[in-house]
Ligand binder design. Sequence first.
Ligand code: ZN
Length: 313
Amino acid sequence: MLLPSQVKICEVAPRDGFQAEAEWIPTEQKVHIIRQLATTGIQSLEITSFVHPKAIPQLKDAAEVVEQSQDLTDIKFRALVPNVKGAERAINVGIKKLKLMLSATDSHSLSNANSKVVEAQNHHATTIEFAQKNNVQVGGSISVAFGCPYEGRVPIDRLMSIVDRYNKFGVYEVSLADTTGMADPIQVYETLGALKTMFPTTTFSMHFHNTRGMALANVYAALQQGIVHFDSSIAGLGGCPYAPGASGNVASEDLVHMLHQMGIGTGINLDQMIAVAKDTKEILGHDGGSYMLQAGPCSALHLKPKGQEKVEK
Ligand code: ZN
């Protein structure tokens, strides 16, 4: 089986993970976790979201978090922005890459952005233009790309029309998010096959939540389609608003572990990442589902049971 030999992981806990935390995380703790993550070898990080502070109070310190992390120049930061106002705030503090928010379905878009998908995407034009004027890169995203909690499975045609419009706006990087963990591996494989054929110049990245335990299987399906960009979250942080207490994003340490087991490089130090996951769990008082925190890596062998040495002789 021909799989990519190297993949690029974007750590999203400081945005996706933190925004799901009900209790306020002080700015210095957020920055501490980001600095810890920087020691693992990660090359890109979704550092925050410049949404209205009333919409997500947990991220109201977005600008401070970015300012206090600015010396971490080995890492490429990106920030999620809902509109031109958010883009302006992000660019003002030196963010060089923006990710746009968009839902795959009208029901999810209406509940999240208060407008239908087409209208929401039209609004992106202003944001994209503003970013381009400021020499800032823009990537698109599609939430609930595989399944919507209101509408169920999302037809491929719908994704195609959204990607097509992104392309028309000059956006050739699109993140497909399984926001509530409804995707299955066959669906991922087939969807990516169709999208890659239709949009050969678009770079797709995958953002899987592990709400129903299918995230790593979905990663494998995406690898089989040659995908090399994946999001993940330390300690599996990141919730599902429709299922309180459910698992979050695929845990970074679980993803790195699986990839390394299969001989796929990430540039990340797994032991260090597990240590950071432990630390993060301690700081926040919980994790979002992490096999590495429960069982440790395959390489951590146990002492043989007593008497077994004899049997083996
Ligand atoms: Zn997410």
